[in-house]
Design a protein around this ligand. Structure first.
Ligand code: FES
Length: 104
């Protein structure tokens, strides 16, 4: 079952940046790219747990600030040659409002 919660608006998130939402599952990074697409990942790099919310957003990936792994914001997978996966959360927009699904 879905558990959608409202987490603010697109404008609350810096372009090419992120904002952290605290959830029972742990911190979740909500990202906004240049096209104003919104993505949500656990704020924890699959490498050594670096804060992805402080990474660099480019296209549909974010580069971890710790050791520069690139993580797909679509599926949470590290881009080859690195291996690992961060948890992805579903997001949806209703106008400018962002909703995050905490169900999984
Ligand atoms: S902790 Fe993210 S690249 Fe090492």
């Amino acid at each position: 079952m879905s558990n959608w919660i409202e987490v603010g608006t697109v404008q609350d998130i810096p372009k090419l940046g992120a904002r952290v939402v605290q959830a029972p599952q742990g911190d979740i990074a909500i990202f906004r790219n240049a096209q104003d697409e919104i993505f949500a990942l656990a704020d924890k790099c699959p490498h050594k747990g670096g804060p992805l919310s402080q990474g660099l957003v480019h296209g549909k990936t974010v580069t971890c600030p710790m050791h520069n792994w690139k993580i797909s914001m679509e599926n949470g997978e590290a881009v080859a040659p690195d291996h690992g996966c961060s948890r992805v959360y579903a997001v949806k927009l209703d106008g400018e409002k962002i909703f995050l699904d905490l169900a999984k």
